[in-house]
Design a protein around this ligand. Sequence first.
Ligand code: FMN
Length: 206
Amino acid sequence: MKKKIVVAISGASGSIYGIRLLKALLNSSVDVYLVISNTGLKVIEHETGHSPGTTPESIRIFLLQQGVSINKNAHLDIFQGDNFFSPVASGSFLHDGMIIAPCSMKTLGAIASGVTDNLISRSADVCLKEKRPLILLTRETPLNKIHLKNMYRAAVAGATIMPPCPGFYFKPETVNDLIDSVVARIMDHVKLDHNLFPRWGEKKSV
Ligand SMILES: Cc1cc2nc3c(=O)[nH]c(=O)nc-3n(C[C@H](O)[C@H](O)[C@H](O)COP(=O)(O)O)c2cc1C
């Protein structure tokens, strides 16, 4: 069965994680439903030096320019952050999980307290009530007690807290290696095949 994955990019630093995750997902046979928060769009522009614009059409063009290609068996739908009429806002829309990469402390706080005032927090809330995988790539450092409590509350409610902390035991050579090692763990969690880097104990393919 073809997987359906919801991806959200919030306004935390590390928008590249979201972009490389989209690249990996759309390189497989996956239907991707993408939501980017208003601040997420601004941080993407700041971090990449290129504006994604604000419309689904301009965001699609931006992603293609960033090297995200869409496999013939993949599909990408993009929704604006206030579009509560989109399928991902409803529990009746079946999918295989949601990933927020990166996840700001504001979005984490909204999820932990059940405040669903934009499409990202609403879709995450739906994941928790429907018992679907919800992965939060929480990005902030250091963490205050509110952040820690919110992570705990979200985890107790069913979310997977996955701060982007790459391992160094696989001897990364580039920044992309570090990013892909994090994306690889996300792909593992939503049970999608990937070839992003060799697994511990496996030989590097040539
Ligand atoms: C360049 C930039 C980097 C930011 N990095 C972070 C971050 O790493 N973590 C975080 O929690 N907030 C960060 N923020 C602040 C969030 O963007 C802000 O809290 C915003 O309200 C988040 O909204 P959203 O979660 O709806 O996207 C950053 C803001 C800017 C402008």
